[in-house]
Design a protein around this ligand. Structure first.
Ligand SMILES: Nc1ncnc2c1ncn2[C@@H]1O[C@H](COP(=O)(O)OP(=O)(O)OP(=O)(O)O)[C@@H](O)[C@H]1O
Ligand SMILES: [Mg+2]
Length: 207
């Protein structure tokens, strides 16, 4: 069955789907059986993307990406990976609080946590896409490797890369922590409440 992209009228965004083409043909089956040309339409039916990361802590670069993602997708879940290899500065619940504060005014963005494989979490959430950011060439190799591995594990899940505003292309959580440890200012690089939390965390005796 070859369905053109404009000919699919979707009845349900679930893994097992039913829809009727504009010619009145009925389809009842698995999403994986659909011709590739029909899938972009499925993606647009109710698009849900997951933006995974460590967010230790959230920076204005992350926030820039979240804003762009929230305009592209109907729902965006910012998901904190809890089984990090690196030792985080902030606890998971502190990171959740900071993220929730930062995305508070965005009605289609929520914050969640997960451990284990991203593709399994994405499947549980019925997400169609993973959102990731590309800052510089240095991100590209790692991001590509991860995206292709995720595609191997879950062929229907697309990874979407977005670029931040130029001002944030050099910004990372690691650099922000380094600046604070050395007494520098991170004004404009992280949301204001995050700067306060960073100072309290790194220099607890000064407060
Ligand atoms: N300034 C930024 N602009 C665009 N994308 C970003 C930015 N910072 C992080 N990202 C993207 O957000 C995702 C999650 O990143 P992550 O939580 O590792 O942040 P990070 O700033 O890279 O932290 P760390 O320095 O601890 O690695 C990744 O896809 C990363 O490329
Ligand atoms: Mg990183």
């Amino acid at each position: 069955m070859l369905l053109g992209i404009n000919r699919c009228k979707l009845a349900s965004p679930k893994a097992t789907i039913r829809f009727t083409t504009v010619e009145g043909q009925r389809y009842n089956g698995s999403r994986a059986d659909l011709t590739f040309s029909c899938r972009p339409k499925l993606l647009m039916s109710h698009s849900l993307a997951i933006y995974p990361g460590s967010f230790d802590p959230i920076t204005n670069g992350h926030l820039d990406l979240i804003k762009r993602g929230s305009l592209l997708f109907d729902t965006l879940i910012v998901a904190i990976l809890t089984n990090l290899e690196k030792e985080p500065l902030f606890t998971v619940s502190e990171r959740v609080d900071m993220l929730r504060e930062a995305v508070g005014g965005m009605p289609n963005v929520s914050v969640d946590t997960f451990s284990g494989l991203l593709v399994e979490y994405a499947e549980r959430k019925k997400a169609q896409a993973i959102l990731r950011g590309i800052r510089a060439f240095s991100d590209y190799e790692y991001e590509l490797q991860m995206a292709l591995m995720n595609r191997k594990l879950a062929p229907e899940l697309e990874t979407v890369f977005l670029m931040p505003a130029e001002t944030y292309t050099y910004l990372s959580s690691r650099l922000v922590k380094e600046i604070i440890r050395h007494g520098g200012s991170v004004e404009g690089l992280v949301p204001e409440p995050v700067e306060d939390r960073l100072r309290k965390k790194v220099f607890p005796h000064q407060f």
